[in-house]
Design a protein around this ligand. Structure first.
Ligand code: GDP
Length: 222
């Protein structure tokens, strides 16, 4: 299938996010987990990272992708969180600005911090429906390290704040067949959700990942 992809922009804040109503799939995960590699593998070209502006705080790198006759969508690379054990703050400040939310409540009572950051305003609300934009989240985890505390914290935040989400286990090429089965079982058990196994290196699982993305975008744009 023909894929056309382009870098749109590095968004400094919520005001730079797309406003054309196309579906957005955000990749969330630890620094170095392989998000840029996965974006490049999905679009079959080297797009991600070319725009990296070191030292600048960025909210998101945005890529626009058209596959075959399908409606275009955005792949959104959110800044990776660090290795601090169980640190929710790092992920939350970015994710709250992008998705909206940030409180433990599903029903939108936003915290004072969110309002101060500007993520609580209706027009920029970010959740499904707030400006007619569907935003789904993919939590990218390293298949070799199932259930890291900060990944679990990220999933917990997404569960509370983002209606459409899924887990993707990457770097699966680094595991033997037997290790993969064990890793995927562990991941699905600790996150209590199905996970899709992929490798940006070998391309394994990318077709399944595109199918998953199609399902998520259909779900949110309905
Ligand atoms: P990001 O910080 O999440 O964007 O991570 P990168 O995409 O920059 O990847 C971090 C490192 O992991 C790089 O050295 C990549 O080459 C490597 N990497 C990423 N994905 C894979 C994968 O699927 N398999 C293997 N073996 N290495 C990977």
């Amino acid at each position: 299938m023909k894929i056309e992809a382009s870098f749109v922009r590095s968004a400094a804040g919520a005001a730079d996010l797309p406003r054309d109503g196309l579906a957005e799939i955000a990749l969330v995960g630890r620094s170095n987990v392989g998000k840029s590699s996965l974006i490049n593998a999905l679009v079959r070209q080297r797009l991600a990272r070319t725009s990296a502006a070191p030292g600048k705080t960025r909210l998101a790198n945005i890529y626009r992708v058209a596959r075959g006759g399908r409606e275009s969508l955005y792949l959104v690379d959110l800044p990776g969180y660090g290795y601090a054990r169980g640190d929710r703050g790092e992920l939350e400040s970015v994710a709250a600005a992008y998705f909206g939310g940030g409180s433990r409540s599903r029903e939108g009572s936003r915290s004072a911090n969110d309002v101060a950051r500007g993520s609580g305003r209706g027009a920029r609300g970010g959740r499904e429906g707030a400006r007619g934009v569907s935003r789904a989240a993919l939590l990218i985890v390293d298949a070799r390290h199932p259930g890291l505390e900060n990944d679990l914290a990220a999933w917990s935040w997404l569960t509370d704040n983002v209606a459409t989400r899924a887990i993707v286990a990457t770097k699966i090429d680094k595991l033997s067949r037997e290790e993969r089965l064990r890793a995927m079982r562990t991941i699905e058990a600790v996150f209590e959700d199905p996970a899709t196994a992929v490798s940006a290196e070998t391309g394994e699982g990318l077709d399944e990942l595109w199918k998953l993305i199609d399902r998520l975008t259909n779900k949110t744009s309905g």
